[in-house]
Design a binder for this molecule. Structure first.
Ligand SMILES: Nc1ncnc2c1ncn2[C@@H]1O[C@H](COP(=O)(O)OP(=O)(O)OP(=O)(O)O)[C@@H](O)[C@H]1O
Length: 496
């Protein structure tokens, strides 16, 4: 049989496998195999590494045998050879491999125990371990190894183009872009932190995409600290630590989300520390995210904490009103949804500290409208979201008028002929700072919103800034008739 015939037969076998296995499994595990020899008795395949060989033998051999029969109508024995040079592997992990060979028979029992005791040392491991004992899951497994240019760990929707920049995330965005342009140059590691649903994951993926656009041969892997943990436990269980290390140390850009889950997991932290060092020493880019800064991840080994802090830290805060509206506008544009601006303003002014929830609210309103064949209106949004939006955030001063921070900001901005961006922005000149303080004062007086919530709506400002503005304007209202009449006039506009 010629090489071309061999290749064509193998391709037929592969194509036929797609009827019984998912594309992802075929792509990750079976397509990397190379046909070496086909006789009437056997098919010899080459695996790129020992891990793939073991994995395919363990889980996919019956599928291969069946598919071979369907194509060749012969009962072939499948033999898989590890194509990776043993010499090279030994240079990298001599101890691991020797140990593996020596302990081959006992490994399974002992490593299973080891994984179990690891798991028992921390409750958080319990579901993780259960998961680890399962056959490969398409959702949790990442391919081994990572191929150059492989984008499969990245969400195609999370790009720089779909990310809205505002005061709350401009620093993190600028840093992310700089790193994407020049990976492993100035900011390594890059550590992003901030509350839930504020765009950290989105930015991480955007970096990955951009790097691959510029350098299509780079190996980029996005993962979470939980996945890292699962894979490590799996590798201990299966005696494949060498393959685990090879995977994680043989990439150009490692993006690890939610590293706060490393807290309290000593053994995982140790492995992560070595992975981190290996990549850093090889001048590879590391990007991390967490819901809190490194110092607040506890307990976290000091050496790991100091490494996390050794690069660039960037916090991502809750977006201000303008950014929230812009995010909704972008989403409607991208998803081709027809939503009036006042509906977006209503949603954005009520859901202010989680973009995921903000997008969810928009989706619910649009879905409900389309399901019922209603037009998307403010009344509909109020109705659909009535259980999501707590009454605390708004005060109904008149029977049919809802007064909220957004309305106050819009009215004040209009009165002083400013843009919302100015009112909520960073500029401090008196013709902007004074209206801003009036708006903060009115927000405090006319709604039940808390000081931090008001501050968050004014470009992510601190509650003490709101307190100061409120006290100052309150005093002026009492002492200065001109200021008092301006405020009364604005108040009337708001309630009218
Ligand atoms: N500035 C933004 N522009 C566009 N979309 C955004 C922005 N910020 C967040 N999102 C969207 O909000 C959703 C949640 O963002 P993401 O998952 O990145 O948050 P996160 O900070 O990683 O949260 P978590 O800590 O829960 O993982 C995503 O759909 C993301 O695309």
């Amino acid at each position: 049989m010629t090489d071309i015939q061999l290749q064509a037969t193998w391709e037929e076998i592969l194509k036929n496998l797609e009827n019984s296995l998912s594309t992802r499994v075929c792509n990750n595990w079976l397509k990397p195999l190379k046909p070496i020899k086909l006789t009437t008795e056997m098919l010899e395949l080459g695996a790129p590494n020992v891990f793939t060989k073991n994995w395919v033998e363990k889980y996919y051999l019956p599928f291969l045998t069946d598919s071979c029969y369907e194509i060749t109508k012969a009962h072939l024995e499948i033999s898989i050879t590890n194509l990776e040079s043993t010499k090279d592997t030994e240079t990298i992990y001599p101890d691991e491999l020797k140990q593996q060979q020596l302990k081959k028979r006992n490994t399974r029992v002992r490593t299973k125990k080891k994984a179990t005791s690891l798991a028992q040392s921390n409750d958080l491991f319990q579901p993780t371990l259960t998961e680890a004992m399962q056959p490969p899951s398409e959702m949790t497994e990442t391919p081994l190894p990572i191929n150059p240019g492989d984008k499969s760990s990245l969400n195609p929707k999370y790009t720089f183009e779909s990310f809205v920049i505002g005061n709350s995330n401009s620093f993190a965005h600028a840093a992310a872009l700089a790193i994407a342009e020049n990976p492993a140059k100035d900011y390594n590691p890059f550590f992003m932190y901030g509350g839930v649903g504020l765009g950290k994951t989105h930015l991480m993926h955007a970096i990955g995409h951009k790097i691959l656009q510029k350098h299509p041969q780079k190996r980029v892997l996005y993962t979470t600290s939980e996945k890292f943990t699962n894979e490590l436990i799996n590798s201990i269980k299966d005696g494949t630590s060498a393959a685990f290390r090879q995977k994680y140390r043989n990439i150009d850009v490692l993006l690890v989300d939610d590293v706060q889950f490393l807290a309290n997991k000593e053994r995982i932290q140790e492995e992560f520390f070595h992975t981190f060092n290996a990549l850093k020493d090889a001048n590879k880019q590391i990007i991390l995210s967490s819901d809190r800064p490194p110092k607040e991840i506890k307990p976290l080994e000091d050496r790991l904490c100091s490494r996390f802090e050794g690069g660039l830290l960037a916090d991502v805060q809750a977006p201000d009103l303008e950014t929230r509206i812009a995010i909704l506008k972008k989403k409607t544009l991208m998803d081709n949804l027809d939503v009036p601006l006042d509906v977006m303003t209503y949603i954005a002014s009520h859901i202010d500290n989680n973009v995921r929830e903000l997008e969810g609210a928009l989706t619910r309103v649009v879905a409900y409208a389309s399901f019922k064949h209603y037009p998307v209106t403010n009344e509909l949004a109020v109705d659909v979201l009535k259980n999501t939006i707590t009454k605390q955030e708004t005060t109904v001063k008149q029977v049919d008028k809802v007064i909220n921070i957004a309305l106050i900001q819009e009215t004040v901005a209009k009165y002083f002929k400013l843009t919302l961006a100015d009112l909520n922005g960073k500029k401090r000149n008196r013709n902007i700072a004074f209206p801003r303080q009036i708006a903060m004062y009115l927000a405090r007086e006319m709604t039940d919103a808390s000081l931090p919530r008001i501050g968050g709506n004014f470009g992510g400002r601190d509650h003490t800034t709101v307190m100061h503005a409120h006290d100052k304007i309150k005093k002026q209202y009492q002492d200065n008739p001109k200021t008092a009449s301006v405020i009364d006039e604005i108040r009337k506009l708001i309630t009218s």
